[in-house]
Design a protein around this ligand. Structure first.
Ligand SMILES: [Zn+2]
Length: 119
């Protein structure tokens, strides 16, 4: 959640909000560990964004009940559907990679030899 490398915790894992570095500058782990690795992050982002959309829809309905104004509610939901995936994008990248590393820890071949020496 701090947008640091899920393997070593160092900064520099992102070159911009939308762009993950090819490799961590500290430990050298690739941000795209296997072909299609990013699909998991897209899945995390989709689940989070739809969850937030559901919360906004339920809170909006609850706040306006019984006189629900559909157009303003849809406008708020639409804005949530646009903004949430953008805001959550980098977090979905690091969270997915952290889950992936928990299930399938990095072997030494994936890491920079300078990082693993002495450990
Ligand atoms: Zn790292």
């Amino acid at each position: 959640m701090r947008l640091r490398c899920p393997q070593c915790g160092s900064k520099g894992f992102f070159s911009s909000w939308f762009k993950v570095a090819e490799r961590c500058p500290q430990c050298g782990i690739a941000s795209d560990r296997v072909a299609g690795h990013f699909v998991g992050a897209v899945g995390f982002n989709t689940i989070f964004s739809f969850g937030m959309l559901l919360i906004v829809l339920l809170l909006g309905t609850w706040a306006m009940y019984p006189d629900i104004r559909v157009i303003p509610l849809l406008a708020i939901c639409f804005a949530t559907a646009i903004v949430m995936p953008i805001l959550f994008w980098p977090f979905s990248q690091t969270l997915w990679m952290a889950f992936d590393l928990a299930w399938r820890p990095a072997d030494e071949a994936e890491l920079d030899p300078r990082h693993t020496m002495g450990s």
